[in-house]
Write a protein that binds this ligand. Structure first.
Ligand SMILES: Nc1ncnc2c1ncn2[C@@H]1O[C@H](COP(=O)(O)OP(=O)(O)OP(=O)(O)O)[C@@H](O)[C@H]1O
Length: 572
């Protein structure tokens, strides 16, 4: 199980140390400010008439300006360091999440909502970053500054320091008591945001379904309902956050008042000067901005706990593919692909078959028979529960995933084009492919004809999934992407389903010219003629295998499947 790094570790420990130093420096500037205020009060204001020192006024004035500038600069540095520490933490978790995402089998991800997964990368990371940079970092500096300033004050008047410290401590305790409530409202707000995001994400992806079935109004009502619920949860959260802020602001005001009252008593008792009281109030005044921010720290903390839980849950998703540590590279060979008693729960049962090098195997069978699963196993998009898959005698499970994928080319509806240019998609498998290889692939897949139809040729922009191109154009680019580099094994999943004769001709050309072994899933009888052998699957079992001329002319399940479908077409 991948461990989530601690918020403070590695490089971030140094950044936090810098923040602590910054806190001490802010305390020093605050205390310097307070001392100057005390001097101004005791030496100039209360004795102004006796001996007014013009030079001292200037010195104190300049000192106050210098302290203010230093404080402002320290706040700028603090903000930058706080952001750095939060961004660094978010970066580390983002990379862990991405690595995990890439190690998951597409099938493992299919059971999760896309919106939910997106939220891990956007909302949850924001919550974690906010906690570290706006919560933890702020807390560190504010605590350092407060403790150091109060310690300095206690040297002049311990009673004043104690009074201010006590009020601040009571304020902190009362805001902590609200923590439990904050946790539940933060969780609820997060849950509702997640529901809304998942729904909107799905509607964006399936806009045509909503429109075709005339459900726009119903879906609008659903979004409105979810938005209202989110609004309520957010207002609840804001109310608790407001209460927390009220407590911190009230605490600051009470601390000021308490310093004034206790200071008055101390002055009356002759234990301190009015200047010290004013200095104490100045310190409280300077502590107010950081304390005000602290009101939100708990909110950030609770948001981050919820986010962390979600991130942990995501990291625990079973990957369905396991790569051995330091797995060696698979050696490329002629492309002999062997399934040795392969089983996958719910999909395949003890499938054993060999695709000989350079042969074309047509996978046929009714829907849900396990054909696509067999291709996914060959590409190691999923690992079998039992049995082995061997490529040129090498057990795929023992070799690095990258080297296995280098040996495999794959095309089909589950492998859409990516956002970017046509060229980027063509070269996706091999960025620096030599011109001759690109030319070969372009020729086989009829890419030049596609480019001639596009205004900007290779530079034409493609949206996610290849939107913006016709199904035939997408199919050709997808095929070209798969055969680039001439992989020893080519896996084609219904690449010509529902396409015209021109598109079918492209598949014929690929089958004729590709030198490696090909496994092709097809529901077209004419496609079987090009195959060397047919594997017929049903209910996850390999029921029949043999050359097409034998299987299609026997009374076996393959012949029955095509006879039945033909009859259905004729009677329709
Ligand atoms: N993401 C998934 N999680 C769990 N089981 C799945 C998943 N995808 C498919 N299956 C199951 O695996 C079995 C085989 O499905 P598969 O898609 O391999 O069949 P197929 O022969 O390719 O079907 P079709 O011709 O409809 O594409 C089915 O019972 C299906 O329910």
């Amino acid at each position: 199980m991948i461990q989530i790094p601690r918020a403070i570790s590695g490089n971030r420990t140094w950044l936090l140390t810098r923040l602590v130093i910054n806190g001490f420096c802010q305390a020093a500037a605050t205390v310097a400010n307070a001392i100057l205020v005390e001097m101004a009060f005791d030496k100039l204001i209360t004795t102004a008439n006796a001996s007014f020192d013009n030079k001292m006024v200037w010195q104190i004035g300049l000192g106050l300006v210098a302290a203010a500038i230093v404080n402002a600069l320290l706040r700028v540095m603090e903000r930058a360091d706080a952001e750095r520490i939060g961004q660094d933490y978010a970066y580390e978790i983002r990379m862990i999440l991405y690595e995990r995402l890439m190690s998951l089998a597409p099938r493992a991800l299919q059971n999760r909502s896309q919106g939910g997964v997106m939220l891990r990368f956007v909302g949850d990371l924001t919550a974690l970053r906010q906690w570290v940079s706006l919560g933890l970092a702020r807390l560190t500096v504010a605590l350092t500054t407060t403790i150091a300033s109060l310690a300095a004050l206690s040297l002049v008047s311990s009673r004043l320091a104690f009074t201010v410290g006590l009020v601040l401590a009571i304020g902190a305790l009362s805001s902590m008591k609200l923590g439990g409530r904050m946790q539940s409202v933060a969780k609820e707000a997060r849950r509702r945001l997640s529901n809304l995001a998942a729904n909107i994400n799905e509607k964006v992806a399936s806009i045509a379904v909503v429109q075709v079935f005339g459900q726009s109004q119903r879906e609008k009502k659903r979004i409105a309902r979810q938005s209202r619920r989110l609004e309520e949860a957010m207002v609840d959260r804001a109310m608790v956050a407001g209460q927390l802020r009220g407590i911190t602001e009230g605490t600051a005001a009470i601390a000021s008042g308490a310093a004034l009252v206790v200071g008055a008593l101390e002055v009356a008792a002759g234990r301190t000067t009015p200047g010290v009281v004013v200095a104490a109030m100045t310190i409280v005044g300077l502590l107010v901005p950081p304390l005000r921010d602290l009101g939100r720290v708990q909110e950030y903390w609770h948001n981050s706990r919820v986010a962390l839980q979600k991130v942990e849950q995501f990291l625990k998703t079973p990957s369905l593919v396991t790569e051995q540590r330091n797995a060696p590279e698979l050696q490329l060979g002629a492309g002999r692909l062997e399934f040795d008693c392969v089983s996958l729960k719910g999909s395949l049962h003890e499938v054993s078959a060999i695709a000989e090098p350079g042969k074309i195997v047509a996978l046929v069978g009714p829907n849900g028979a396990g054909k696509s699963t067999l291709l996914s196993l060959a590409a190691r998009l999923i690992d079998p529960d039992k049995g082995k898959i061997l490529l040129d005698g090498q057990d795929l499970a023992k070799y690095s995933l990258e080297s296995v994928r280098r040996a495999i080319g794959m095309a089909g509806p589950d492998l859409p084009l990516l956002r970017g240019t046509v060229e980027k998609n063509l070269r996706y498998r091999w960025r620096d492919a030599p011109v001759e290889e690109i030319t070969r692939v372009r020729q086989i897949c009829g890419i030049d004809a596609v480019l001639a139809e596009l205004a900007e040729g290779e530079k034409t922009k493609v949206a996610e999934g290849g939107k913006g191109l016709s199904a035939g154009q997408r199919q050709r680019i997808g095929l070209a992407r798969a055969i680039l580099g001439n992989p020893p094994v080519l896996l084609l999943d219904e690449v010509d389903a529902n396409l015209d004769a021109q598109a079918t001709a492209v598949v014929d050309r690929v089958l004729a010219e590709h030198k490696g072994t090909v496994l092709i899933i097809t529901h077209r009888k004419e496609r079987l003629a090009a195959a060397d052998v047919i594997w017929y699957l049903e209910n996850g079992r390999l029921v029949e295998k043999g050359p097409p001329e034998v299987l299609l002319n026997s009374d076996g399940p393959t012949a029955r499947l095509f006879r039945d479908s033909q009859q259905k077409v004729l009677s329709a």
